[in-house]
Design a protein around this ligand. Structure first.
Ligand code: 16G
Length: 254
């Protein structure tokens, strides 16, 4: 085993460390390495087999220790690439009074935004899309599904439906959806947003790199043009540990 690993994880004598299950001792050693910074945020954990050999424990023990740390949000498993130390997030404060786009929100905070595509194309609308977007029979709907990142941190899953009348070619959206709609004079000017609490299901948790059942914010945004027509129906799932939505209240007439 590399010398670096012995400095990062001084596991010698794990077996002789007091009583209690081995996996808890290994968990504790890994947690100490993370908390003291010997294992840095974003660092990859050694492969399960290497860790088992190194710590002289079974792979089942390693898996249990790692599972525990994944559940507690200190480690994250990325499909195909391994297990990593989670980077702590500084929470994003999002005012609820401005109709801004994700790209603008990130830029205002000095974060670089990017997206990974989950879905992008023209589809026959669902009955709900027909109703919400006020679509005439026979018209198509553009669907834009994205995993959205701020400084390479997955922050939200957004699935937008837009009438094909306003977005006939969804592949034209390469960056900001609102910038693309603006080009077509169809950027929304008003929106109603509904936010509710949720717990992440397995697939969403994996995309957002959080433990299953982690807290999330489920957001539905219905956006309107000045004419009153609905232009966008977007369902989003935001990481609960990354976002604070802030509303300003004032004393109005009772
Ligand atoms: C925001 C909106 C979303 C909109 C997107 C456009 C919320 C909850 N959602 O994320 O409805 O589609 O911005 O962003 O705020 P874009 O112009 O960067 O693609």
């Amino acid at each position: 085993m590399s010398e670096a690993l012995t400095t990062i994880l001084p596991l010698d004598g794990l077996q002789s460390l007091g009583s209690g299950p081995l996996y808890l001792k290994l968990r504790q050693s890994l947690e100490d390495a993370i908390r003291t910074g010997r294992l840095g945020h974003g660092d990859a954990l050694p492969a399960e087999r290497d860790l088992a050999d190194y710590a002289n424990v079974s792979r089942v023990t390693v898996r249990k220790a790692v599972d525990d740390l994944v559940r507690d949000g200190l480690l994250t498993r990325r499909h195909g690439s391994g297990t990593f130390v989670v980077k702590p997030l500084s929470r994003v404060e999002q005012p609820l009074t401005k109709l801004t786009s994700f790209t603008e929100d990130m830029a205002r905070r000095g974060l670089v935004s990017r997206s990974e595509w989950l879905e992008r194309g023209l589809f026959h609308p669902s009955p709900e899309e027909m109703m919400m977007l006020g679509l005439a029979p026979g018209t198509m709907v553009a669907r834009i599904g994205r995993l959205r990142f701020g400084n390479d941190m997955p922050l939200a899953i957004e699935r937008a439906s837009i009438s094909a009348e306003f977005l006939p070619d969804p592949t034209s959206v390469t960056g900001s959806l609102y910038a693309e709609l603006e080009k077509k004079d169809a950027r929304p000017v008003r929106a109603i947003q509904r936010i509710s609490a949720t717990n992440m299901k397995k697939a969403d948790a994996a995309l957002l790199e959080v433990p299953i059942e982690a807290a999330g914010l489920s957001i539905e945004r219905v956006s309107y043009l000045a004419s009153g027509r609905v232009v966008e129906l977007t369902r989003s799932l935001y990481r609960g540990d990354a976002y604070d939505f802030v509303a300003e209240l004032s004393l109005g007439d009772i």
